[in-house]
Design a protein around this ligand. Structure first.
Ligand SMILES: C[S@@+](CC[C@H](N)C(=O)[O-])C[C@H]1O[C@@H](n2cnc3c(N)ncnc32)[C@H](O)[C@@H]1O
Length: 209
């Protein structure tokens, strides 16, 4: 597995895990300046822990959709460049603001990821689009936000089957969401995020040219 600079493996009381350097944010274990990136709490962390080739490198510009209280995006900002974090629920955004206060490269946006026109004036072209929105229409969110991605950038998405349809077979749901993503991207890798997250699919995709 190739890890970006600024992410490395550490031992936390007998558990070996990926980690970044930064202020602890969610009760994660620490080892000196390193903080555990808990794959059980983070789908992007699970994608890295499972060895998916994410293409992440240090200092990339990132647009993160579905930031919630900042658990995962805090790690992204620890090793990344300018990091725009979109979240539409006010309650978690309050916590996200605290996380951003401790990171000068993290910019929270209280916005709806289905309405990219409301933040298009703020967000510059990005190298990476990370998506973890628990909502119906996850494929459409990815295609709507394609506009922010540089041509050589890529999408890292965690698709939650139950957000689309709680009763359907997750594999059928993933096929449908991937068909939507296919409208604007070439999907290069997919992997189920078990054992860290049930009924989630990790997706790596490149913008279609
Ligand atoms: C699973 S949580 C994200 C967890 C977070 N990515 C992490 O790892 O720390 C999904 C988040 O997506 C947000 N969300 C759902 N639909 C959204 C939308 N249309 N625009 C922005 N945020 C959305 C929810 O409010 C929720 O906080």
């Amino acid at each position: 597995m190739s890890l970006p600079d600024g992410v490395s493996r550490h031992d936390f009381d007998g558990t070996t895990s990926i980690a970044t350097r930064g202020h602890p944010e969610y009760g994660e274990r620490t080892d000196g300046e390193w903080r555990r990136w808990d794959p059980h709490r983070s789908k992007l962390g699970a994608m890295l822990e499972l060895g998916m080739e994410t293409g992440l490198t240090a200092d990339q510009t990132t647009l993160y959709l579905g930031a919630a209280a900042g658990t995962t995006v805090s790690h992204v900002a620890d090793f990344g460049g300018p990091t725009y974090a979109v979240e539409f629920a006010p309650r978690p955004t309050r916590d996200l603001l605290d996380v951003a206060e401790r990171r000068s490269n993290l910019f929270p946006l209280l916005k709806d990821a289905r309405k990219p026109e409301t933040y298009a004036h703020v967000v510059e072209p990005v190298d990476v689009l990370v998506q973890d929105v628990a909502t119906r229409g996850q494929g459409r969110v990815a295609t709507l936000n394609r506009q922010f991605l540089a041509d050589d950038g890529y999408l890292l998405a965690a698709i939650k089957a139950r957000s689309e349809d709680v009763t359907a077979d997750p594999e059928d749901v993933f096929d449908e969401v991937l068909a939507d993503i296919d409208a604007a991207y070439d999907v290069v890798a997919t992997e189920r995020l078990t054992p860290y997250h049930d009924d989630h699919l990790g997706v790596v995709a490149r913008p279609e040219r």
